[in-house]
Write a new protein. Structure first.
Length: 369
């Protein structure tokens, strides 16, 4: 039993540490996932707590796993993972049965699992955690209680600081499709041999006041006593989806300029603000100043937003505003506003409002490679 308990602590500790760590790299992504859940369960009024709740959860995950793996305050860590797994196992079962959100986000964007895969993972973890829970009396201290608590508190502080750093300055590891070095047109291509979507088509006919569904193989083509009502197509298997499949830019005159941006041999700066009214005015002004500099220097500059025309008209600063899907903007960059430098369709660099360099000056002097 001692060996089983040791192996259980290794697996449980590692999984919880990894889960918390990859989400701490992208805490805003975890907040977006909470927002998706709140919307799916008609609890939109809770969206405002998505970010603090995300940071609280990923901290609890990481610290509980850290405690179980290292042995520091291990009884407390076992209690922590027990509470978490008891909450998330029935929740993931509900998600698997109803599928309101296709990916649970349990490993952020680093690893994508279906809801059934997540439920299966939680069942395995539940068994291992129960082994630890019922054998917690055999847990021994590594150091004195005070020293162990100081280590745990220090780990919490460092972990939260790490999460906030990624929140402000962009994730230290970009798991999203629009990472630096990505050629967007290449990621949008669909290979010739890629599988297409598969559908089942059924035909609804009526006879004598009752309706019946037929397939293409057995519908009553030569029986005039049946009256055709409708055709229904159901998706049974999703085909190939390119890594980037929803990137488009439409200017305020409703003209699609996506190809112009992606095929520009020169530099293009994209200022991204998913919702203008949600961004700090000072941060927006910093971006607008960059836009003015780029415009006078002959460098393409576009402000991409999902805000409506009325919000855009309130600004009227002479810059080129464009509409892009909000989900796409949140996927491109985890900052509002954020900045993306593109050349020949390839992403050269990405910055948040907090670490934006003197980009216009660097571009004019050709100091960007």
């Amino acid at each position: 039993m001692k060996i089983i308990r040791f192996i259980s602590s290794i697996i449980v500790g590692f999984v919880f540490i990894f889960s918390g760590f990859v989400k701490a790299i992208d805490p805003l992504g975890s907040a977006y996932k909470f927002s998706d859940y709140f919307q799916a369960f008609h609890m939109d009024f809770l969206k405002f707590i998505s970010l603090p709740l995300a940071i609280l959860l990923i901290t609890a995950e990481f610290i509980s796993g850290f405690s179980v793996l290292t042995g520091f305050r291990q009884k407390t860590g076992i209690l922590g993972v027990s509470l978490l797994i008891l909450f998330f196992t029935p929740l993931t079962l509900i998600l698997a049965l109803t599928n309101p959100v296709s990916d649970c986000g349990c490993f952020g964007d680093a690893i994508h699992l279906t809801n059934w895969q997540t439920f299966g993972k939680n069942i395995i973890l539940l068994v291992l955690i129960l082994i630890l829970f019922f054998n917690r009396s055999s847990v021994k201290l590594v150091f004195s209680p005070l020293k162990e608590w100081l280590i745990i508190i220090f780990a919490i502080i460092i972990f939260i600081a790490f999460s906030i750093f990624n929140l402000i300055y962009l994730p230290v590891i970009d798991f999203l499709p629009y990472k630096t070095g990505t050629n967007i047109p290449e990621k949008m291509k669909i290979p010739d041999s890629a599988p297409a979507d598969k559908y089942i088509t059924k035909f609804v006919y009526e006879k004598g006041g009752s309706r019946k569904e037929f397939t293409i193989n057995d519908y009553p083509a030569n029986d005039s006593s049946w009256k055709f009502i409708e055709q229904k197509s159901t998706l049974v298997k999703k085909g190939y989806i390119p890594a980037i499949h929803d990137f488009s830019i439409v200017n305020m005159e409703n003209i699609d300029i996506t190809d112009h941006v992606l095929n520009n041999p020169g530099y293009t700066v994209l200022m991204i603000s998913k919702k203008l009214k949600e961004a700090n005015p000072g941060h927006l002004m910093k971006g607008f100043d960059l836009g003015s500099c780029c415009s006078t220097s002959g460098i393409d500059f576009f402000v991409l937003t999902a805000s409506g025309g009325d919000d855009v008209k309130k600004i009227q600063n002479g810059l080129k505003f464009c509409n892009t899907d909000e989900t796409t903007l949140k996927t491109i960059i985890r900052s509002n506003p954020g900045f993306v430098l593109i050349k020949n369709g390839t992403i050269i660099g990405k910055w948040s409002w907090a670490n934006l360099p003197e980009l216009c000056i660097l571009l004019k002097n050709n100091h960007i490679n």
